[in-house]
Ligand binder design. Structure first.
Ligand code: NAD
Length: 376
């Protein structure tokens, strides 16, 4: 127990649950970080290389994200130790078994994350027979988060709100800005779509197979068609191909991580050339690397402010709102929060993440102050 408790602080985690079923090789961990603000939202991530530590850090990000977004929800996360590309029947069995194991945790609302999707959430709904799941297909009463690009839509608005605070002279609009995106899944490809609609130029893209660079601009529709057909961004005939981590070196104005955690650390942060980094992924940059970028004058919009579009969409689905209301609310809130933290960062001479933490932690602590047991 001692090693798990080493990560505990004043906000959580409240509960850590191991799920294990040897007959189907189900291995998973649920971390409920903090439910002072309400039932915890937290996606289910399926990947071969997840860990309890990653799960705890992602659950905390959810606590902060929900608080900053003004949702009356706490934060949680589940990781499943498995390859998401396994045969569909096996995946369905694992997900259904997971749902059964967690059905009594009424304070936890499940949702999709990397390696799981709307179909997985429909299986969970079928097992749970209650409201504790979001990210459902439209046919099951959901708002299709990834199809409408809720998170990427928020990223676009975070970027537009951040540009006037950036130190590069031409930074008043997205038009002409050169963008590189790491990860070309639900978040990355929709971000590419929304940004190029504003006449930004996608100069670089990477997925798990490799990276491609073209200073003249990549054809976003072609890349999306390739990904939708199960191929890689490096299958596009145009551009220069290189190993996936070379995306860090690409010359660009705006860099968007939209894949795995900790992709920028003290070991590679010096290589980043962008002037603005907008975190589509959760915890993509270590604290020390973010501080390094801040000191060098590179603006970083932190994950739990920039990528809140997905959870706002989940919150609205949970409240029974309809798809047409969602995009406008995301745009408004993400812009407002981005401006708020950048103003505070400027006036108090602190990093945008410190300003965002102040905003979110203040709200969580106030909710905790009303409770007999503070975090659950
Ligand atoms: P996804 O599974 O749809 O796509 C992930 C993409 O990343 C794929 O293209 C994959 O090939 C690529 N990838 C994986 N490892 C990589 C690596 N090492 N280098 C480069 N590319 C790599 O996932 P998603 O839903 O787009 O989520 C991406 C990130 O955004 C995750 O960190 C997730 O937690 C975060 N996020 C997603 C949402 C959402 O609404 N989907 C909301 C908030 C945050």
């Amino acid at each position: 127990m001692a090693d798990i408790l080493l990560f505990a602080d004043k906000l959580g985690p409240a509960k850590i649950v191991q799920v294990y079923e040897p007959s189907i090789d189900l291995k998973a961990v649920l971390v409920i970080d903090n439910i002072a603000m309400g039932p915890a939202f937290g996606g289910i991530r399926m990947a071969g290389d997840v860990s309890i530590e990653e799960c705890m850090r992602l659950a905390r990000t959810m606590t902060l994200k929900n608080a900053a977004a003004g949702l009356s929800h706490g934060g949680a996360k589940t990781v499943v130790y498995a390859d998401p590309k396994m045969p569909k029947l096996e995946k369905e069995r694992l997900i259904r078994a997971l749902a059964c194991a967690l059905r009594n945790f009424s304070e936890y609302v499940m949702g999709p994350d990397m390696g799981t999707d709307e179909e997985c959430m429909a299986w969970i709904k079928d097992e749970l027979n209650n409201r504790n799941v979001t990210g459902l297909p439209a046919e099951s009463g959901g708002i299709p988060i990834d199809q409408i690009g809720a998170t990427a839509w928020g990223l676009r608005h975070a970027m537009e709100a951040a540009l006037p605070y950036c130190h590069f002279p031409e930074a008043c609009a997205l038009a002409g800005a050169r963008v590189a995106i790491q990860g070309f899944g639900a978040v990355g490809k929709n971000a590419a779509r929304f940004l190029t609609e504003q006449n930004a130029i996608l100069v670089g893209a990477a997925d798990s197979q490799g990276a491609v660079y073209d200073p003249e601009g990549l054809d976003v529709n072609k890349l999306i068609r390739l990904k939708d057909a199960g191929k890689s961004v490096i299958d596009i005939p145009e551009g220069k191909k290189s190993p996936r981590d070379d995306i860090v070196d690409f010359d660009c104005d705006i860099w968007i991580p939209a894949a795995r955690p900790d992709v920028i650390t003290e070991a590679n942060v010096q290589r980043l050339k962008a002037k603005l980094v907008v975190e589509g992924a959760n915890i993509p940059i270590t604290e020390a690397a973010e501080k390094f970028l801040h000191d060098r004058g590179v603006m970083v919009i932190p994950d739990f402010i920039a990528n809140a579009g997905g959870v706002l969409c989940a919150g609205m689905e949970y409240q029974g709102k309809i798809e047409s209301e969602v995009l406008e609310i995301i745009a408004k809130l993400v812009r407002k929060n981005t401006r708020l933290i950048l103003e505070e960062s400027r006036t108090k001479q602190i990093t945008p993440r410190e300003a965002a933490m102040n905003l979110a932690v203040r709200r969580v602590e106030r909710a905790m102050s009303f409770k007999r047991w503070s975090i659950y």
